[in-house]
Ligand binder design. Structure first.
Ligand code: ADP
Ligand code: MG
Length: 382
């Protein structure tokens, strides 16, 4: 498919973003990927038929395992890679042929690539210098950007005199200093230790809220994605699996991959024995039948996996109740804020059950228990 010729220059940094969610939905998307494909070798597609809209002002995360095409997608948006076919547009105008430096996006990567011979201030000023901004304006903007990431007292230092977290903040200030309408980040916290990473996640989310700029963030870490994002686009094997708000992603995964990749699940494998109006009935190898939500069109006779979040599984006293199965407690694990039972279920993977603290009837290791998976929370995937 031929590239669409460049029609107009990229949009200028925009007017103030609309903060009301309802209004945000009515606006045209800031970025659209339309049927985008990418092959590096001309044989295999590492991004397949990508249709994705990025809303103005949102924090969107591209989430997926290593090799799923996240970085390639971000590099095509940045302009460092071009799509093999399809089109990317910014505020309605095609940008597929516009070189990276003319797209005017802020960028932060895992290896933050600060200039070692420059001070923090000079590093942050760099994008302004190359844009020919005058000295006075440059100084003022650098000061604001450094204050934004709370490094205003360290402007005279060199990168080597900073901690990893501070260096990453400098990279962030450098990405924000020229007021880009879109900031792209590829695993920017990957090199930091867990505590600092979690701290920076909160800071990034707060910064996003304050600035109202559109953030596109890449990570393979599902908890990082859930912590920060308005919406998450889940990738696997070059294909977009689901794009949704974090709560919907967790509560209503669209397929088996998303259910397994985002959050914990207890799973039951079986074969569909019947279809009802709302869901389907699954026969387990043990002979027990359970009903659940038919998520993606499983048909009678098909092998399926039923998944339920561990906090939705209930302990019940009786077996002769619908959607209940027998298990043996293999482990009781104390998590500080809840208890988790690991239960052995004959012919199935271990079942995880999350219990609030302070229950009087917590079973012990070796006990037989009956687990109830309510039909509305048990999701059946083919
Ligand atoms: P992710 O960021 O999700 O880990 P990437 O987009 O980096 O995934 O990679 C997707 C696939 O494309 C992988 O199989 C990777 O090996 C391949 N790939 C990435 N960059 C290149 C490149 N420059 N040349 C050839 N193959 C590449
Ligand atoms: Mg990557």
């Amino acid at each position: 498919m031929p590239y669409t010729q460049l029609a107009t220059a990229p949009a200028q940094p925009d007017e103030a973003p609309v903060r009301t969610p309802a209004l945000k939905l009515l606006q045209p998307p800031l970025v659209s990927f339309i049927g985008v494909q990418k092959s590096y070798d001309g044989i295999s597609l590492v991004v397949r038929d990508l249709n994705l809209e990025i809303r103005r002002g949102e924090f969107l995360t591209l989430l997926g395992p290593s090799g799923s095409g996240k970085t390639t997608t971000l590099m095509m948006l940045a302009g460092f890679e071009s799509p093999t076919s399809g089109e990317i547009s910014l505020a309605g105008a095609p940008i597929t042929r516009i070189p990276p430096h003319k797209r005017n996006f802020g960028m932060v990567f895992q290896n933050y690539a600060l200039f070692p011979h420059m001070t923090v201030e000079e590093n942050v000023a760099y994008p302004l210098t190359v844009r020919g901004i005058g000295r006075a304006e440059c100084r003022a903007k650098v000061a604001v950007a450094l204050e934004m990431v709370r490094l205003e007292t360290l402007g005279a230092r060199r990168p080597t005199q900073l901690s990893g977290g501070q260096q990453q903040r400098v990279a962030l200030a450098r990405a924000l200093v020229f007021d880009p309408q879109l900031v792209l980040m590829d695993e920017p916290l990957g090199a930091l230790d867990k505590q600092l990473r979690e701290h920076m996640q909160i800071e990034l989310k707060e910064l996003h809220r304050r600035l109202g700029v559109t953030f596109v963030y890449v990570t393979h870490d599902q908890s990082e994605a859930l912590t920060m994002s308005d919406r998450v686009a889940v990738f696997n094997d070059g294909a977009l699996q689901q794009i949704d708000g974090v709560d919907r992603l967790y509560e209503t995964p669209a397929n088996r991959f998303v259910a397994g990749f985002v959050g914990d699940s207890t799973t039951l494998e079986g074969v569909v024995t019947g279809i009802s109006e709302t869901g389907c009935i699954v026969g387990l190898p043990s002979g027990v039948r359970v009903s659940g939500v038919n998520v993606n069109g499983a048909l009678p006779g098909e092998r399926v996996v039923c998944g339920i979040r561990p906090e939705r599984v209930e302990l019940t006293g009786v077996l002769n109740q619908a959607n209940t199965f027998e298990a043996t407690v293999a482990d009781v694990i104390y998590f500080g804020d809840h208890l988790r039972l690991r239960c052995a279920v004959p012919g199935q993977p271990d079942a995880m059950v999350k219990l609030p603290l302070g229950r009087h009837d917590v079973p012990s290791r070796g006990d037989t228990v009956f687990l109830y998976a309510a039909e509305e929370y048990l999701r059946v995937y083919h």
